[in-house]
Design a protein around this ligand. Structure first.
Ligand SMILES: C[S@@+](CC[C@H](N)C(=O)[O-])C[C@H]1O[C@@H](n2cnc3c(N)ncnc32)[C@H](O)[C@@H]1O
Length: 288
């Protein structure tokens, strides 16, 4: 065999390997959708692929097809995969400048409303939701607010409902809180117990937690503000457009949409439906 043949056969194997991997991923996602009703078929491939391979190794199997077999026959394996694919990474007052800008530019608008409905879509373990409750409390708006916090990941939601967080993260959260324009001592909002902190129960009073999947579930209310940060970054263009449709339908006129630092309304079908209240912090206002 010449070195040219060798290279060609390697390329052939590599191309076939990629094609086979693509088929195996599609079959896995199709099986999950048909059997469990969770739809990951329109998630962006690069990060999905990485996470699936991570899970193949974590489950001690060799191939994506073997993982498919295990996932379809073992519900707990499926639940571990959902947790892994959902990337439940978050923090309190994440991107502090966004929360500062929200205080400065959105709070004055919210003051004029008789009541306020806020939806945190993809709230993960709830840090963003408790941050919002604290902000509204300090601005005197908490009593007339309802905060709806949803996620597809039931394990994360359970943690969010409990409002118990790791004490080791409080140093970073206190720093974020101060940078986000916090007006009190952050420790007023929690009680330490062993290695955890429990947030003050009054913060939960106006929070409603529910399982909701942005890929498959419909709109369930009308909102003045929707936060959906660091969620659509994992979706492909088709799913992103679908979710923007859902948000557009769910926002009241002049409703506020807040996206993550790496996300944008541009290059979606809804780019003309919003004006930027703050382009840098990704705060948009629905105008039509
Ligand atoms: C990286 S976390 C972002 C949490 C928080 N919004 C933040 O920015 O800190 C992404 C969250 O989106 C959720 N998520 C992913 N796909 C979803 C879907 N189709 N429907 C609802 N939530 C989803 C995940 O379960 C995860 O909790």
């Amino acid at each position: 065999m010449s070195s040219k043949d060798h290279t060609e056969s390697e390329i052939w194997r590599e191309d076939n390997g990629k094609e086979l991997e693509q088929i195996e991923i599609e079959l896995l996602l199709e099986g999950i959708h048909r059997f469990y009703g969770y739809d990951f078929r329109n998630y962006a491939i690069p990060s999905l692929r990485r996470r699936i391979w991570h899970h193949v190794h974590a489950e001690g199997v060799q191939t994506i097809s073997a993982l498919q077999n295990k996932v379809l026959h073992d519900r707990e394996c499926f639940q571990r995969l959902v947790y892994n694919l959902s990337i439940p990474v978050t923090e309190m007052f994440r991107d502090p400048n966004l929360f500062l800008t929200f205080r400065q530019k959105v709070v004055p608008l919210l003051r004029t409303y008789p009541y306020i409905r806020i939806w945190h879509a993809g709230c993960s373990t709830g840090e963003e939701v408790y941050s919002m409750a604290i902000l509204l409390h300090e601005e005197g708006l908490f009593e007339k607010s309802r905060i709806y916090a949803t996620d597809m990941n039931s394990r994360s939601l359970q943690q969010a409902k409990e409002g118990v967080f790791d004490i080791r993260r409080m140093k970073q959260y206190t720093k974020n809180y101060m940078e986000a324009g916090g007006t009190r001592s952050f420790s007023e909002y929690y009680t330490a117990k062993y290695n955890s902190v429990i947030f003050q129960p009054f913060l939960k009073k106006n929070m409603i937690f529910a399982e909701h999947n942005l890929a498959t579930d419909r709109s369930f209310n009308e909102f003045n503000v929707i936060f959906c940060r660091n969620v659509m970054i994992y979706f492909n263009d088709e799913l992103r457009n679908h979710v923007h449709g859902l948000f557009h339908e769910s926002l009241s006129h002049f409703g506020i949409l807040v996206l993550g630092a790496k996300e944008s309304i541009h290059f979606t079908d809804y780019s003309d439906s919003y004006e930027a209240l703050d382009r840098v912090e990704k705060i948009y206002r629905k105008i039509n």
